[in-house]
Design a protein around this ligand. Structure first.
Ligand code: ATP
Length: 522
């Protein structure tokens, strides 16, 4: 941490008494947050605690009802994101805001162009600045590469470079590691440390406690809109942080118990799937999952997992091969037919495939069953059955919402995820396809969902678990397959598999000196 001239640690940012109310919720309740120069400050809190709201206030996306913001000791009013950026506050969102067909350099300068005269952008000057920033902070990026050809981790670095190009002094990263491999996570941490050493302030939102302990200088925990505690990593543990966040003791490891594996439920033979650009990204997958078994798919994002899952759930056409469910050929059936045949699905991209955000919560809870009794009898909707069922699910899955009637778009990210999980877990299914089921969830909710997955397995459901969280795959799976460039390159017993070996297989596919992801997909 750097010290100012007077020797005291100077807060670069002070948020004082920030209060933000939404109908039925106090999202931020007199929150105080100080971030020093050169500090990595982690913001922890359960789903719906108010972290995003607080950062939206800082970035000018939400207007606080009460409270003050001071930058370097001076009170400021932030009119909107461009005002925030002009004041040196930048946000790296979870969903990147990059244009894939443009190069790294073009994305970085977009919206902050230096003009050589009134008409032309001074590309030479821009390239020089980018190169000097990249060299100074050790970015390993080719400025001419198209962003669409970069890995997720590289794209994230472009976002950070973009912020630095705009001279960000305060950088907010909202769950930056949710989509990264362990190696990429290490790289981003090293970069954050270099930025902090340069005197910049980082606000880091994460649900991963070990990461927070590894990278933060200070941790502020919020619960239900209020600051509940502040800790330094050396003075606390994952257990204490979890308890502070959730307000009760949390089991951080899964007790998966004995599996009782039965007959095959899903059989996939030579399945071939293409991506949106008609590239065959799954060139022949063959595997089966039995009743009472969890098959975990480990793999770096972008190795064909999305396309495989989408084909299995009827959202993407298979170009070859066969899928059998309980002995019945279900290849190419529509999502509704598969749903009726007993397939449950938690999608990786909940906004695209899991929810209609403009609908109330109760409608999203019946999205796959609204046309059937007890929710409808012919064309007649049974609103009281719908609301009663919604209330029970909100209670059972601890979905934090003022009511079942609010629009799903107003729920926090983690609570939106719980709506999808509640819908898919609260019925009898033969096969459950889970794509990143705990992404964005807090430790308490992860504990709950993991127990639900085990309970489903124990009830004889076959589970396909696709997760970018290697720990989750390792802890939950009876069997693990590693997917690399669309192929299942290795299979391991879930109870004896070695994490570093699986990690290496994910990175190289088992080949020495394998090409990078970028080269693979070029
Ligand atoms: P997560 O970890 O799930 O992302 P979070 O800590 O970021 O959670 P916020 O998104 O800040 O939580 O939400 C805090 C509360 O404010 C939630 O109860 C949410 O439903 C509510 N809220 C947030 N934005 C709005 C909005 N635009 N309209 C109504 N309510 C909102």
């Amino acid at each position: 941490m750097t010290e100012d001239a007077a020797g005291a640690t100077a807060p670069a940012l002070e948020m004082r008494g920030i209060t933000k109310r939404y109908p039925g919720v106090v999202a931020n309740d007199h929150i105080d947050l100080d971030v020093c120069r050169g500090e990595i400050h982690a913001l922890l809190g359960e789903n719906g605690a108010g972290k995003t709201t607080l950062m939206n206030v800082l970035y000018g996306l939400a207007r606080p009802d009460e409270g003050r913001i001071l930058l370097d000791g001076r009170q400021i009013q932030i009119a909107g994101p461009s005002d925030a950026i002009a004041r040196g506050i930048s946000m790296v969102h979870q969903h990147f805001m990059l244009i894939p067909v443009l190069s790294v350099a073009e994305n970085v300068i977009l919206g902050a162009e230096t003009m050589s005269n009134a008409v032309f952008v001074d590309r030479h000057e821009a390239s020089k600045r980018i190169a000097s920033l990249a060299a100074r902070f050790g970015f390993d990026l080719d400025p001419d590469a198209k962003v669409g050809s970069l890995s997720v981790g590289q794209q994230q670095r472009v976002e950070i470079l973009k912020a630095l190009y705009r001279d960000a002094r305060i950088l907010v990263l909202d769950e930056p590691t949710a989509v990264l491999t362990p190696n990429e996570t290490e790289e981003i941490f090293a970069l954050l440390r270099r930025l902090a050493a340069d005197g910049r302030s980082i606000v880091f939102i994460s649900h991963k406690l070990y990461e927070v302990l590894a990278v933060a200088d200070r941790i502020t925990v919020i619960r239900r809109g209020r600051v509940i505690g502040e800790r330094k990593p050396g003075e606390t543990t994952e257990e204490e942080l979890a308890e502070l966040m959730v307000g009760r003791e949390v089991e951080l490891t899964v007790d998966r118990g004995e599996s009782h594996i039965g007959e095959p439920v899903l059989r996939v033979e030579g399945l071939r799937v293409a991506d949106d650009r008609h590239h065959e990204v799954v060139p022949g997958a063959t595997f089966e999952i039995r009743a009472g078994e969890i098959l975990g798919v480990a793999g770096v994002a972008g190795n064909g997992q999305d396309e495989l899952v989408q084909a299995l759930i009827g959202l993407r056409r298979c170009i070859g091969g066969k899928v059998t469910l309980m002995g019945r050929d279900v290849t190419g059936l529509s999502p509704r037919r598969l749903n009726e045949a007993g397939v449950g699905y938690v999608p990786g991209d909940r906004h695209r495939f899991g929810l209609i955000l403009a609908f109330p919560v109760y409608d999203n809870l019946i999205l796959t069953s609204y046309y059937r009794p007890p929710f409808a009898h012919g064309p007649i909707r049974n609103d009281s059955a719908i609301l009663e069922s919604a209330a029970a699910q909100i209670e059972r899955f601890d979905i934090r919402t003022p009511s079942a009637r609010v629009l799903t778009s107003t729920l926090s990210g983690g609570n939106q995820q719980k709506v999808v999980v509640a819908r898919e877990f609260d019925r009898e299914v033969k096969l459950l396809i889970l794509d990143q089921p705990t992404r964005g969830l807090d430790v308490g909710s992860i504990e709950f969902i993991h127990r639900q997955i085990i309970a489903k397995r124990d009830a004889g459901t076959a589970v396909l678990l696709v997760s970018a969280e290697l720990d989750e795959v390792m802890e939950m799976s009876d069997r693990i397959v590693v997917m690399y460039r669309g192929r299942m390159v290795a299979e391991r017993d879930g109870r004896t598999a070695d994490k570093s070996e699986v990690g290496l297989l994910m990175a190289t596919g088992g080949q020495e000196g394998a090409a990078t992801q970028k080269e693979a997909w070029a």
